[in-house]
Write a protein that binds this ligand. Structure first.
Ligand code: CP
Ligand code: NVA
Length: 308
């Protein structure tokens, strides 16, 4: 069974083949209507179930459109409207039932364990649509976006500012190891990556620098990335966390330290005026809307890979 749960689970050749499929499919559908199917209809007669235990705009929309473009259909299950979410039916039984109805499942969950458990009982593939630990669909599609603007990411430098201990930064560290780029994380020690991911980075010889100095983290970088300071279901003292992160805001002064042609990336939704200022996210170097669009293209190829 080919599940897509973490970037670290896949070999670089599988990750590359997903990206190459995405690039080809995207270029083959110039001038197509937004939901018109690709000519080869690889998902025709097939369907995907999506379960969202947390809110979502992009993941919900982009998977739905991805499935349409592949020629299939999708059904969104609201946990409150199904027995599993109410606690009346076990995860195991839900997984067995879904395996009879659809061809693939996407789950967004607050508990990464749920993904692994679902994966154990499903006889069809599962895709991680964000968990507390990782957001692999976002990061893989961000590599697609990066390469559209800047060419191969290998040996380039990406900087991450802000919360260094969230789902996005974890997946980014894994991507740095797989795609072989330099990653510089600027964060306070309270929000540095956890030991488990740092151990993975060490074992996999990731070119990773972690610094408390934001200026050091972004210097001569090809790309500056950040994320909301307080993630969904982040059970922290929000104002205390924001205070600790305030020096890690991406603003004009920070952006000017990166290379002149550096890009700014953010997975969205954004805390405007917090992790990034309006002039940067709305400015010439920002590629955030392309990031949102590319979720469709990358996820089509993730689905194809899972079913191949
Ligand atoms: N970036 C992202 O996953 O957005 P949503 O939470 O809107 O799905
Ligand atoms: N780190 C953010 C990502 C949102 C797409 C969160 O989990 O809320």
């Amino acid at each position: 069974m080919k599940n897509f749960i973490n970037i670290s689970d896949l070999s670089i050749s599988d990750l590359r083949s997903i990206l190459e499929d995405a690039k080809l499919r995207k270029s083959n559908r110039k001038n197509f209507n937004k939901s018109a199917p690709d000519k080869d209809l690889p998902f025709q007669g097939k369907s995907m179930a999506m379960i969202f235990e947390k809110p979502s705009t992009r993941t919900r929309m982009s998977f739905d459109i991805a499935v349409k473009q592949l020629g299939g259909s999708s059904i969104i299950l609201n946990p409150d409207g199904i027995h599993y979410g109410k606690g009346d039916e076990s995860l195991k039984d839900t997984a067995k039932v879904l395996s009879e109805y659809v061809d693939i499942v996407m789950l967004r969950t607050s508990s990464h364990k749920n993904l692994e458990e679902f994966g154990k009982y499903l006889s069809i593939p599962i895709i991680n649509g964000l968990s507390d630990l990782s957001h692999p669909c976002q990061i893989l599609s961000d590599i697609l976006t990066f390469e559209e603007y800047k060419g191969s990411i290998q040996n380039k430098t990406v900087s991450w500012l802000g919360d260094g201990n969230n789902n996005m930064s974890n997946s980014l560290i894994e991507a740095a190891g797989k795609f072989d780029f330099q990653l510089k994380i600027g964060c306070p020690k309270e929000y540095a990556p956890q030991k488990k991911i740092l151990d993975w980075a060490k074992r996999n010889k990731v070119n990773l620098t972690i610094t408390k100095k934001p200026y050091e983290a972004v210097k001569d970088s090809d790309c500056i990335m950040t994320d909301k300071w307080v993630s969904m279901n982040d059970k922290v003292n929000k104002s205390k966390k924001k205070k600790l992160l305030k020096n890690y805001q991406v603003n004009k002064k920070i952006m000017e330290l990166a290379k002149a042609d550096a890009i700014f990336m953010h997975c969205l939704p954004v805390g405007r005026g917090e992790e990034v200022t309006d002039d940067i996210i709305d400015g010439k170097q920002s590629v955030v809307w392309m990031q949102a669009l590319n979720r469709v293209h990358a996820q089509k190829s993730i689905i194809n890979w899972c079913l191949s």
